[in-house]
Write a protein that binds this ligand. Structure first.
Ligand code: C2E
Ligand code: MG
Ligand code: MG
Ligand code: MG
Length: 282
């Protein structure tokens, strides 16, 4: 009987594993099909001048417009994409989407700020990325690329360094994303010499409850300034965050208090009105 139970236990276990990898397989195939069918799209989260609160940029954030599951956020599919080696393809689709939109705005006479695009470590290391950059950039696109500081924890390969150089040569910006969230921050800052750093929202969030946290942000900002980088503060989530951030030397603000990620349609409307965020009295 014990042997039976063991066998059943094992069977149950292997069925569960089987089901899980089956699910993963389905999602992988769905994702491959979705990419091919143009279901990769992006939302835009506005960024604002820290002093005037005028619209001063936007970050393109990937979404999967999945026919049977709706609009999915990166957390719902990027881990699977990473397992399946598909992040590069996704980044390429977002890049193309943003370039096409900028072409559209240009021909419609719509003024727009620089758009920041997230770049996976995998994409950054591809030679094909440089070729696309050179081909696409003849259209004078206003782009900047966000790289995760964690991508610089290990040795950076030669191809990635050449791509970073090409981005600079083409006059586009390099931003260090999620700055301060890991143990690679200062090393990455000094090695890459980014145009901008984006202070991670996990550091911004506690500033309203912990006075010492404000000192950390001020210190990070000072280090970034010494290295000649501009500073974006992410995760300005509430008006209390906004009020506290006034004590940090920075250039741009991004967060729910000022603007949520929005569809390209809503973002185009924002571009037309250039509306300053509606805030209650601070
Ligand atoms: P990220 O680049 O740090 O982007 C900021 C994320 O924080 C976005 O989530 C945004 O919606 C969220 N956020 C913005 N303001 C606030 C706030 O005030 N409070 C809180 N709690 N959250 C805020 P999202 O869109 O889910 O993106 C998550 C991550 O997925 C991004 O983090 C980025 O690392 C990755 N990602 C997004 N798009 C792409 C892409 O095209 N390619 C690659 N490789 N990664 C991407
Ligand atoms: Mg980012
Ligand atoms: Mg970030
Ligand atoms: Mg982040």
């Amino acid at each position: 009987a014990a042997k039976d139970a063991g066998r059943h236990g094992y069977q149950f276990y292997s069925q569960k594993i089987g089901r899980r990898s089956q699910q993963r397989l389905t999602q992988r195939q769905d994702l491959i099909d979705g990419i091919a069918q143009g279901q990769i799209t992006c939302f835009f989260q506005p960024q604002f001048d820290a002093r005037t609160l005028a619209l001063s940029g936007a970050e393109a954030l990937v979404r999967w417009d999945c026919p049977n599951r709706g609009i999915l956020a990166p957390a719902d599919f990027m881990p699977a994409a990473e397992d399946a080696g598909l992040t590069s393809k996704i980044d390429a689709a977002v890049f193309e989407k943003v370039c096409a939109l900028q072409d559209e705005w240009d021909s419609g006479g719509v003024a727009f700020p620089t758009i920041s695009v997230n770049l996976s470590k995998q994409r950054l290391s591809e030679r094909a990325f440089r070729e696309i950059l050179l081909k696409r950039l003849s259209g004078h696109h206003k782009l900047s690329f966000e790289l995760l500081e964690s991508a610089f924890l290990d040795q950076v390969d030669g191809e990635a360094l050449r791509n970073i150089q090409s981005i600079r040569d083409l006059g586009m910006g390099i931003e260090l994303d999620d700055f301060g969230s890991g143990r690679s921050s200062i090393v990455a800052l000094q090695n890459i010499k980014p145009d901008k750093i984006k202070i991670d929202r996990s550091l911004t969030f506690p500033i309203v409850d912990r006075p010492a946290q404000l000192l950390i942000l001020q210190a990070l900002s000072k280090v970034a300034r010494l290295e000649g980088a501009q500073i974006v503060v992410e995760g300005v989530e509430t008006e209390r965050h906004l009020a506290t951030i006034k004590n940090v030397d920075c250039d741009q603000l991004q967060g729910y208090a000022l603007g949520y990620p929005m569809s390209q349609h809503d973002f185009a409307a924002l571009l037309k009105t250039q509306a300053v965020p509606a805030l209650s009295k601070l």
